[in-house]
Design a protein around this ligand. Sequence first.
Ligand SMILES: *Cc1c(COP(=O)(O)O)cnc(C)c1O
Length: 233
Amino acid sequence: MTEVNLDIIAKRYSSVRARIETARTKTSRCDAVNLLAVSKKQPLEKIIALYKLGQRDFGESYVQEALQKIDLLKDYSIVWHFIGPLQTNKTRAVAENFQWVHSVDRFKIAQRLSAQRPESLPPLNICLQVNINNEAQKSGFAPHELAMEAVRISNLPNLVVRGLMAIPEHTDDIARQRVNFRKLADLNQAVSTSLNVQLDTLSMGMSGDLESAVLEGATIVRIGTDLFGAREY
Ligand SMILES: *Cc1c(COP(=O)(O)O)cnc(C)c1O
């Protein structure tokens, strides 16, 4: 049993929410910024602690680990988001157990998620992951292929394309962070035009760059370390 200091979790939770709010009030936007608590490699006790404080959306990156947690927490009304790399042999488990997938990075994955989504469940919410800085080690669609791929994927029956997700290059330079996030926001507009629907989701911003992401229009920030503390590998 992991010892959890509830005071520390509560302070981290209010501090992250205050950072989001402070950034949001520096913009003219009036839409919400949703906090996704990234619980990969974090103990159940901390998830439950955050749940009791009111957090409902949790993000996981590793399928096996996530399935165990989802089963153990099945009595809680948690909205589970899959945000990690997805191999074809794991799509069924993800289609059956999550409400969101942020990391759809190729057509074949989308096709399988749609085919494997149980009829008894509402359509799966997905974001298309974009490799915004063209980094060799990162997955995601290249910006130039995005509009065409989004059109193909939006025709699949059991998915709803909600928007875009990216993990930009790591940099502490605020101006660069903002340029990268602005690129994703611009692409979201371009894809919305191609699809003839306004995409409502920009999943961007992590512990180190959440303010920049909110300033550029993030609607979901994905926060792990600054909420839970360091991960337990
Ligand atoms: C781990 C992870 C995060 C959270 O990162 P932190 O720096 O711990 O806040 C966000 N998004 C994705 C895709 C991740 O894999």
